[in-house]
Design a protein around this ligand. Sequence first.
Ligand SMILES: Cc1cc2nc3c(=O)[nH]c(=O)nc-3n(C[C@H](O)[C@H](O)[C@H](O)COP(=O)(O)OP(=O)(O)OC[C@H]3O[C@@H](n4cnc5c(N)ncnc54)[C@H](O)[C@@H]3O)c2cc1C
Length: 390
Amino acid sequence: MNEHKIIEVENEKSDSEDNLIVESINKFLEKDVKPYVKEFESQDKYPQDIADKMADLGLFGATISPEYGGLGLSAVTYSKIVENVSAVWMSVSGIFNSHLIMCAAVERFGTEEMKRYYLPKFATGEIRGGIALTEPDCGTDLQSIKTRAKKVGNEYIIDGTKTWITNSVQGTILAVLVKTDPDITPAHKGMSLILVEKKDGFVSRKLKKLGYRGIDTGEVQLENVKVPTSNLIGEIEGKGLKQILAGLELGRINVAARGVGVARASLEDSIEYAKIRKTFGKPISEHQAIQIKLAEMATKLEASRLLTEQAAKAYDSGNRSDLQAGMAKLFATETALFNSTEAMRIHGGFGYSPEYNIERYYRDAPLLAIGEGTNELQKLIIAKQLVSED
Ligand SMILES: Cc1cc2nc3c(=O)[nH]c(=O)nc-3n(C[C@H](O)[C@H](O)[C@H](O)COP(=O)(O)OP(=O)(O)OC[C@H]3O[C@@H](n4cnc5c(N)ncnc54)[C@H](O)[C@@H]3O)c2cc1C
């Protein structure tokens, strides 16, 4: 099982046009990303050249409909791309993933006027951004957010703090989850999603992180930020939480695919290393203890990929796919954690050195269990679907 075999199997399942896109992205990963990962990662430096080339490839419009200038890729093809990107450098996937969740919210729920204005600019990457949900006091319990948007005439005046917001330093726009009515119960009926541009006055400070380096994740201050009421996503207030949860279905498939990518890279590097590293007169790949590790890693990887593909197919069918997306996210990200830890053990002391990629996989994988809804929350979502009467 090597990288090339996996990519060939995947490509057989895609139609020919999608195949060409996947192939051109694989070439870009080999030529323009792989040689530079260590430099940018170690310095926590934003890979501007890589982001510019991603724009040329159309990645910022990957899931936007061609009608609005995007590539219109299915979730199935998209998740394969995310897997391949994350197998090389997970941070790169973050540059377009949270941007595309914002795009999905606009395309699904925005007015035609909003879609015509923003989506073509989102698709080319001329305007790039992400989603701002989490606050210093709450991430899982989003109904407790405090960021407030008051309607005054034709404007919303927004005040609040968001934290851990990916693409908020390099990006210029965010879909911000706010309270338009903080007194109503249930609280979600007072929550709305509003597009806020940097020119409107939000300020972001880059945060330091264990992994997922290079890409900017920041704390965002919104003080007396004024935006036109037409920036509300959808025409009615109070739909924001539902809109973002629908967008997060694609987000969870993304994160599952990232998990598959990190789990795959951990396995592939381990196989290669196990064949060359010798102890007691033979390669460690001939010791049963190592073989058992490789077998478990490979089996969990394949199961993760199948769950992710199933979730992507459910999403493409147009139905809600919370159950499948939750299961894929949970299993694939736990597999990334498992495989990166096993890869560290297989590599012995060398796994602990920045000369090898293993320590990066090991630092990147934990984010997957936190982002787009923690894995504890995924279990609650899965259980809710199982016991639901609908
Ligand atoms: C690198 C990075 C990038 C991020 N990017 C973004 C972004 O772009 N946009 C954005 O909005 N956010 C982003 N986040 C934030 C992320 O989505 C949140 O950290 C996550 O949702 C968890 O929220 P929290 O950190 O407030 O944890 P908390 O909600 O405080 O949870 C703490 C712990 O309690 C558990 N828990 C909470 N409630 C329950 C419950 N009911 N039952 C059982 N267990 C529970 C959680 O699973 C977790 O283990 C990012 C985070 C990181 C680290």
